[in-house]
Write a protein that binds this ligand. Structure first.
Ligand SMILES: Cc1cc2nc3c(=O)[nH]c(=O)nc-3n(C[C@H](O)[C@H](O)[C@H](O)COP(=O)(O)O)c2cc1C
Length: 295
C-alpha cells in the first residue's frame, strides 16, 4: 500500500479497539433498526457503491441490490443514471441515493426531484468529491464536480422533500456547516482514500457527536468488514454502518447469494458482540464497553 493510505489507518484503528464482556443480565439481542420512519433487520447497510457493471461485470449492480433486499437492509448507491435507480427501486430496494456535487447545480435538483418521485428513503451528496488529485475541480466520468458552499447546501436541503445526507464528513467543522445547512444525516467517510492520512472515521466520531448531539443520524463507512467492526462503530455512537468493497468481493464469489450471505453473517457477528456485552438492542449500545489502546 502507498504511504499514508487512509484505508490502512482506518483498519488499524478498528483493530486497536478492544471490548469488555458483560454477561450478567444480558439476553439474546435484537438488531432491528429504524431509519427515517422505516424498519430494517440490521444497521449494517451497503455503502454507496457505483459503476458496478463497469468495474465488475454486467449484472453486478443487480446482484448487489438483490442481496441487500434479501438481507432486509438499507441500500445505498452512488453515481448512477436515473434508469438504474428506477430499476433498483422496482427490485424492492429502500434506497439512499448519493448524488455527486455536480458543478451544474441544476442537475442536483433534478436528481432530487427524481428521487422524490420514486419515493426513495433519502438522498445525499458526497461533499468530499469536489477536488481532483491536483486540487483543481474534479471531473468524474466526464462530469464536472465542484465543492459546495454552506449556502448552496442549505438551498438544496430546503428544496428537498427527502432527508438530505452529507457524505464525507470527517471534521467538527464540516459537521457544523452541514448541520447549519439543514442535513438530516452525515456519513463519516474518507471515501476509500480520497486523501492520504485521513483520520479514521471512528476516530473522528467523538468530536462530531459533540457537534451533532444526537440531532441527526451518523453513519460510518471505510474498512467496516465484519459485524465486530460494526459493533465497535455502533458502541461508539454511530447510528449505522456501510460496507462497500467487501460486498464487491462477495458478488465476485457468488453473484447469486454472496451479498445476502455476507450481510447476514455480519449481522450475526454483530448480534454475538451485542449479546456478549449486554447491549440487548441498538438503543442500549454503550461506549464504555470499548477500550482504547494504552498510550
Ligand atoms: C467502485 C466504488 C464506487 C464508489 N462510488 C461512490 C459514489 O458514487 N459515491 C460515493 O459517495 N461513494 C462512492 N464510493 C465510496 C464508498 O461509498 C465508500 O465510502 C468506500 O468504498 C469506503 O467503504 P469500504 O471500505 O467499505 O469500501 C465508491 C467506492 C467504490 C469502491
Amino acid at each position: 500500500m502507498a504511504t499514508g493510505n487512509s484505508d490502512s489507518f482506518s483498519r488499524d484503528y478498528l483493530d486497536s479497539l478492544l471490548i469488555e464482556t458483560r454477561y450478567m443480565n444480558s439476553d439474546t439481542p435484537s438488531t432491528e433498526f429504524t431509519l427515517y420512519g422505516e424498519t430494517f433487520a440490521s444497521p449494517i447497510m451497503s455503502a454507496a457503491l457505483s459503476h458496478m457493471d463497469h468495474f465488475m461485470f454486467p449484472g453486478a449492480a443487480d446482484s448487489l441490490v438483490r442481496g441487500v433486499v434479501a438481507a432486509n437492509a438499507v441500500f445505498w448507491y452512488g453515481m448512477a443514471p436515473d434508469e438504474d435507480i428506477e430499476r433498483f427501486a422496482a427490485m424492492g430496494a429502500r434506497i439512499i441515493e448519493i448524488i455527486k456535487p455536480y458543478a451544474d447545480r441544476e442537475r442536483i435538483y433534478k436528481k432530487i426531484e427524481h428521487a422524490e418521485k420514486l419515493g426513495l428513503l433519502a438522498v445525499g451528496i458526497d461533499i468530499d468529491h469536489g477536488f481532483a488529485e491536483d486540487g483543481s475541480p474534479c471531473i468524474c466520468f466526464g462530469d464536472p464536480l465542484r465543492t459546495l458552499t454552506t449556502a448552496e447546501l442549505a438551498d438544496i436541503c430546503k428544496a428537498s422533500k427527502l432527508p438530505v445526507i452529507a457524505k464525507g464528513v470527517l471534521s467538527a467543522y464540516d459537521a457544523e456547516e452541514t448541520l447549519k445547512a439543514g442535513v438530516q444525516g452525515m456519513v463519516l467517510s474518507h471515501h476509500h482514500n480520497r486523501i492520504e492520512f485521513a483520520i479514521p472515521p471512528l476516530q473522528a466520531l467523538p468530536n462530531i457527536i459533540k457537534v451533532v448531539k444526537g440531532s441527526v443520524p451518523l453513519f460510518v463507512d471505510c474498512m467496516i468488514q465484519t459485524g465486530m467492526d460494526a459493533f465497535k462503530a455502533l458502541a461508539l455512537g454511530a447510528t449505522a454502518v456501510g460496507i462497500g468493497r467487501p460486498l464487491m468481493a462477495a458478488i465476485k464469489n457468488d453473484p447469486e447469494n454472496g451479498v445476502r450471505d455476507y450481510l447476514l453473517k455480519a449481522n450475526q457477528q454483530l448480534a454475538k458482540a451485542m449479546a456478549y456485552t449486554g447491549c440487548t438492542d441498538l438503543s442500549k449500545m454503550d461506549p464504555s464497553v470499548i477500550h482504547f489502546p494504552a498510550r
